[in-house]
Design a protein around this ligand. Structure first.
Ligand code: ADP
Ligand code: ZN
Length: 740
């Protein structure tokens, strides 16, 4: 019989079997088909040909969309692995691999809809009549007011503003919608640094050794994993370029993964310099049209190199020889929505399936990867020195407890840091200032009655932001926002106080203190507008800015040779968090940010402000002593039985009330308990989640902890089969990085 198993884009759904009616061709694995489901018709993807037919009547495939498969079979197999390992629906995993617009019937996808404010819309934003607008509609107007050329609907959707909201604004004459062609070259905006051809460059002895080692592994044409542990500024990118070049000469392709969109333009430009138009880029910052065009270039085999963020792990390449995961320790490789995959780990699986070499590069490898390198499971290449024997930045610690005692509690920039900034400004050198917390103030409360501004939907205090129209308090989880009133909402007293501070306040303090300096700020708020990030980075690179303030977005990867000072405002932002990885995160962030200083001819320095100057993460980051940090941290993880010495699965159950969520969680745990002994795992909880309310829902969580993931997965599968109704109210996170 002519049957196919189809993955459809419906959350948590398993594969569905359909009959292919006579007269239709049997579609290939990876091809799209139109199939009926209930009263709907959906576009799904063929995953396999089933052996035995499930009982009951089968429905017919309505249409075969692709004659040649849209997804390569290797990618289909990878998606099935992702669905199984992360306990996600196959349809969710397949959707992650599809180009934008693939669910639509037609593949022609050459226009996108763009929204701009009308004159009436601008007046409304600037304080005109705005009766009857919902908070979402106001938010949409706010977002649009920051963009002169308008924003595509897809981008608004990514920020939680639906086409519906925009449509209603258009109906009121506040917003104009137009169609725009998407024939844009994403590289135009990516031309950042002037790219020097690397052919002429002579590798350092260390680089040459590491490259030889990695080339030998790539030449094996078999599955290999190598850790490239190279200090900041040791020239890892140059090695990636040469590996990709060697792979190209051997007829194979290279996939280069980078953690942040912020890093893609400059790296992509470097690769473009070397490989011309045989490079494609893939990340969510591209418009749908751009992404679509790039995706199809890759699918046609027109490129030798793909540079992209975590989703690029699914790029439709068919001749992969090398996968590089740069800054492999970076937490943005983990997708925090279904399918909750880790881009690095999926990259390793992909390399295994395609008999390729995967190179994990980092100055501060994750505990997991370094442990594998120590046990010999991964090969290891090392770069211990910076190129041209440039010294690592020296680090000075400032004890903020002493600073507060001397200067009062409102200090943001210590005397040491201020005089160091002053010194660089005089010498016309550049400065980076890091604070890993955005906004102006992190809390607002009433001095009279103590009422604090909490989000009505989440157990979290609202962050104050400066805005053209005044002060706004915003929830960083659900995006709820409100104007900060003049008086307390509870007791009407006019004594509202703001506490804590973020990047916006640091920027203001710097401006007050150094009025002549040219200062820019990079955080998620300042780069909302498309192109804003590239513009800020290129102005800084061109020397049009003296100081760049920002969150971790400025800490990673960038190569600005004229930066000689890095200031860290609060090194301990992460240390207060009840997360067993807090020490590791802090160590990584400080090492990375210090690594941004002194990359040119002049020596670099970092000034690190902290309340805990004696904490081992901070001490060892200052000494840039990774090995000592690893040893200490590993002993702690082993003692506490935390990863990487065990595996974890986090399960969050959501409910309309706390009791409902707790009740369901208890039922689930009761069902899992009998499976514990044979599965060799334990269950911790259920207990209230750290964010016990989020987006209006109540949340209870528990953990599975054990040596073997497969056993824990199997137990969860048994439970899901018996209790299918709870799936929708449950988030399962295998190898969680962020527990909220
Ligand atoms: P990493 O990624 O290891 O932090 P990069 O790859 O960004 O370091 O290299 C740091 C700087 O050194 C870059 O400006 C790069 O162009 C330069 N560089 C790399 N290799 C060499 C070399 N062999 N000779 C001279 N400069 C080099
Ligand atoms: Zn909220």
């Amino acid at each position: 019989m002519r049957k196919v198993s189809v993955a459809v884009p419906v959350p948590f759904l398993d594969l569905l079997t359909y009959r292919v009616p006579d007269g239709l061709p049997i579609p290939s694995v990876g091809a799209r088909v139109r199939v009926p489901l209930g009263t709907r018709v959906l576009t799904g993807c063929i995953v396999e040909y089933p052996n035995d037919a499930p009982a009951g009547e089968l429905k017919d495939v309505i249409e075969v969309v692709d004659h040649d498969p849209l997804l390569p079979t290797g990618v289909v197999a990878l998606c099935r692995w992702v669905a199984d390992y992360y306990l996600a629906g196959v349809g969710d995993a397949i959707a992650a691999a599809m180009p934008p617009g693939a669910r639509r019937k037609a593949t022609s996808f050459k226009t996108m809809r763009v929204a701009t404010l009308t004159a009436l819309g601008s007046d409304t934003v600037n304080g005109g009549e705005a009766q009857g607008l919902t908070p979402k509609q106001r938010e949409a107007l706010d977002v649009l007011s920051a963009s002169s050329t308008g924003l595509p609907l897809s981008e608004l959707r990514d920020r939680g503003i639906s086409a519906d909201v925009v449509g209603r604004l258009a109906a009121r004459g506040l917003v104009l919608l137009r169609a725009e062609a998407t024939e844009r070259d994403p590289f135009e905006r990516a031309a950042l640094a002037d790219v020097q051809p690397s052919e002429s460059r002579v590798l350092t002895a260390e680089q040459a050794t590491a490259l030889d080692q990695l080339t030998a592994l790539a030449d094996a044409r078999d599955f290999r994993v190598a850790l490239l542990h190279g200090v900041t500024g040791s020239g890892k990118t140059e090695i990636y370029l040469r590996l990709a070049d060697l792979a190209r000469k051997a007829g194979r392709q290279t996939l280069l993964m980078v953690p942040e969109i912020a890093l893609t333009p400059s790296v992509a430009a470097l690769f473009r310099g070397a490989f011309g138009d045989r490079v494609a880029i893939q990340h969510s910052g591209l418009s749908d049209g751009e992404r679509h065009d790039q995706w199809h270039r890759i699918r046609r085999g027109d490129v030798d190199v793909v540079v992209g963020t975590r989703s690029a792990v699914f790029a439709p390449l068919t001749r992969i020889g090398v996968i590089v995961v740069d800054e492999e320790h970076d937490t943005s490789y983990k997708q925090e929505e279904a399918p909750r995959y880790h881009g690095r780990d999926v990259a390793i699986v992909r390399a295994r399936e395609e008999q390729a070499l995967v190179v994990l590069g980092s100055a501060t490898p994750s505990m997991e990867s370094y442990q594998h390198a120590l046990t010999g499971k991964y090969a290891k290449a090392i770069l211990e020195r910076r190129v041209l024997d440039r010294p690592l930045a020296s680090v000075r610690l400032v004890n903020m407890r002493e600073e507060y005692a001397d200067q009062g509690p409102d200090v943001v920039i210590s005397r040491t840091l201020a005089s160091a900034v002053d010194d660089r400004l005089q010498k016309r050198e550049q400065v980076l200032v890091l604070l890993n917390r955005r906004g102006y103030a992190t809390a607002v409360f009433c001095r009279q009655c103590g009422d604090a501004f909490e989000c009505p939907n989440c157990t979290i205090s609202l962050t104050v932001h400066t805005a053209r129209q005044g002060w706004r308090a915003r929830c960083h989880y659900c995006n709820y926002s409100m104007m900060v009133p003049k008086a307390c909402r509870k007791c009407a007293a006019p004594y509202l106080e703001q506490a804590g501070f973020g990047t916006e306040k640091v920027e203001q303090h710097l401006r007050d203190r150094f009025p002549a300096a040219r200062i820019g700020r990079i955080d998620r708020d300042s780069v909302r507008r498309k192109g804003a990030l590239t513009s800020l980075l290129s102005r800084f690179a061109a020397g049009e800015l003296d100081v760049l303030v920002g969150t971790q977005m400025i800490a990673k990867g960038h190569d600005f040779p004229r930066v000689t000072l890095v200031g860290v405002i609060s090194a301990d932002v992460g240390l207060g968090v009840a997360d067993f990885r807090a020490g590791e995160r802090t160590f990584q962030l400080l090492t990375q940010v210090a690594g941004r200083a002194g990359r040119g001819e002049r020596v670099g320095e970092a000034v690190v402000q902290t309340l805990y100057p004696e904490h081992y993460s901070i001490q060892l980051a200052c000494q840039q002593n990774y090995a000592a940090f690893f040893e200490r941290e590993f002993a702690y993880r082993r003692g506490m039985r935390y990863p990487p010495t065990v595996a974890l699965v986090n399960v969050v159950v959501r409910g309309k009330s706390f009791d409902e969520a707790m009740g369901t969680a208890n039922d689930v745990v009761q069902r899992l308990k009998p499976l514990m002994a044979s599965g060799g795992f334990v269950i911790l909880g259920p207990a209230p989640a750290p964010l016990v309310r989020l987006r209006g829902e109540h949340r209870v969580q528990f953990f599975l902890k054990g040596a073997k993931r497969v056993e824990m997965r199997n137990a969860l599968k048994v439970m899901l089969k018996e209790m299918p109704d709870v799936r929708r109210r449950m988030t399962i996170d295998v190898d969680p990085l962020n527990v909220l």
